[in-house]
Design a protein around this ligand. Sequence first.
Ligand code: SF4
Ligand code: FES
Length: 375
Amino acid sequence: MSAPENLSSPLGLLAELTHRCPLACPYCSNPLALDQRADELDAATWARVFREAAAMGVLQLHLSGGEPASRRDLIEIAAAARDAGLYTNLITSGLGIDAARLARLKQSGLDHVQLSLQDVDAETADRIAGYHGAHARKLAFSRMVVEQQLALTINVVVHRANISRVSALVETAAALGAGRVEIAHAQYYGWALRNRKALMPTPAQVAQAMQEMESIRPRYAGRLVIDMVVPDYYARRPKACMGGWARRSLNVTPSGRVLPCHAAETIPGLEFWSVRDRPLAEIWRDSPAFLAFRGTDWMREPCRSCDMREIDFGGCRCQALAIAGDAAATDPACELSPLHTIMRKLAESDASTDDDEYQYRGRSAAELAIAIPVR
Ligand code: SF4
Ligand code: FES
């Protein structure tokens, strides 16, 4: 398949600066095989990637990880983003950033902070994160963000252990001074797929959470944006994952591979090109991984003749692979997929177990030995 003549520009770039992280969340979106520190792109290469992204039309840059604060050169990287003219969002656990480092990040051009919380209850939050004391440090960090007048979004991944506290999570986000809260359900690829039995909420929990959200939303109108959608395993129609494969955004891994989505490497047989070897625009246009599912030509029935195909783009390729064993299948989250009922039964079966043992995200011996820099 060749790139279409009316190829759109990406709007967002997710820069995974490192896979190193002090936390070990069992739903981590990083791959099972983590990039090593020695393979990470240096700051000069990131600066070149940011300039290329801006020239392509990218507006928003998300500095992510792992924990991006694990990079000692994070300030240099943020300054390069500002020099490229990108709106820059830092996705962080807050660990490893004190008030002085945050102030320097702001001076360097950081526009926005997205802080993850695991729960409102410190003990449960720390158990989910696999890090004693993380929750208290996150709350302290959120206060610094607001004091320094940086825009704050609170991000919470919900699952069986915390979904019953969505209202309290929203109240906490509002009390911390966030302008937005994103309640995201765990996405079951990679680490979360391994932990699906321990993470999957019950249908009753999901229904209760959705109802609570609708009832509290009016209370926060005009002061807190609340994002929450039905989780895929309990949905009737899929989401347009990534806004459509290779349509709106791209991810660059710590070592420079460019992916259409964070889980694309779970799909066997895709060829990913690297920013070490080629300009970003060439990768966006011609990389085999981007061409594989761009547009609608690759679709089979029922997507091929469906009126929704230019709206949801057949859902999520990585979920199709995880459930159907075929990345080109209709996302089983769609009720028109022959596997839709099976997916729902899988969810109900996993949710009915009392398995709450997490397999935490891997930590290499080298990673454990690295102290998180504070400045
Ligand atoms: Fe979307 Fe395909 Fe389902 Fe139609 S059949 S709603 S295009 S996933
Ligand atoms: Fe890969 Fe949805 S996460 S397409």
